[in-house]
Ligand binder design. Structure first.
Ligand code: OGA
Ligand code: MN
Length: 210
């Protein structure tokens, strides 16, 4: 029996349900990525990014040997962002609803930030949500790196099952999503600046992070 061709949204949901992770190349087109990247660069140029920390408010630490990116959290009010960011936020809300409609994860909100890794920076192997803790259910990373080449490095390495390593190049418009719980992953250092929008779809209705 042949299955009807699925939409990219359905493929994403199937990927999460069946393999715990999914790659969607061309989630955004080049023009949209260019606009979003300009919005991120302008924010960074005006001092709107800060070194990414680990842990929650109170015991937050910064250690570039573990995590070397700088980030800018998106405000809940989209009017404080550029038009392309506002459009993306609306699309991520659609994604959240689509996942709720089929996987019943009860996702209530998206926590979103821009991330910039300077050349040489990475993020050591980690999980976004250790088993049994927190409210983050789905992690997503959308890459904004135009004309990325394999030799530029900066891959996302994922270990969705014991022993099986997957790698994703951070090419403009590629969206990688994965289940946040217990899925180890790592950002390899790159030879050039590496930009992304990173988000988590969460069951909590109020912000949990600083
Ligand atoms: C993170 C993360 C992956 C990437 O920010 O938690 O794992 O490819 N990012 O940027
Ligand atoms: Mn992560």
């Amino acid at each position: 029996m042949t299955r009807p061709a699925s939409t990219p949204w359905e493929s994403l949901i199937d990927g999460l349900a069946e393999r715990r992770w999914h790659v969607w190349e061309g989630f955004l087109g080049r023009k949209q990525v260019e606009s979003l990247l300009s919005e991120a660069e302008a924010l960074r140029a005006s001092g709107g990014f800060r070194a990414a920390g680990m842990g929650r408010a109170g015991d937050r630490t910064v250690d570039p040997s573990i995590r070397g990116d700088e980030i800018r959290w998106w405000p809940d009010d989209v009017n404080d962002l550029g038009p392309q960011a506002a459009q993306l936020r609306a699309r991520l809300d659609e994604l959240r609803e689509a996942i709720n409609g089929s996987l019943y994860l009860g996702l209530k909100r998206a926590e979103i930030h821009f991330a910039h890794y300077p050349p040489g920076a990475g993020y050591a192997r980690h999980v976004d949500r250790p088993r049994g803790s927190g409210d983050r259910m789905v992690s997503g990373v959308l890459y904004l790196n135009l004309d990325w080449k394999t030799a530029d490095g900066g891959e996302l390495a994922l270990w969705p099952q014991d022993g099986a390593e997957a790698r994703v190049e951070p090419r403009a418009g590629t969206l990688v999503t994965f289940l946040s719980e217990d899925l180890p992953h790592q950002v390899m250092p790159a030879h050039r600046d590496r930009w992304s929008v990173t988000f988590w779809l969460s069951r909590a209705s109020a912000p949990g992070l600083i």
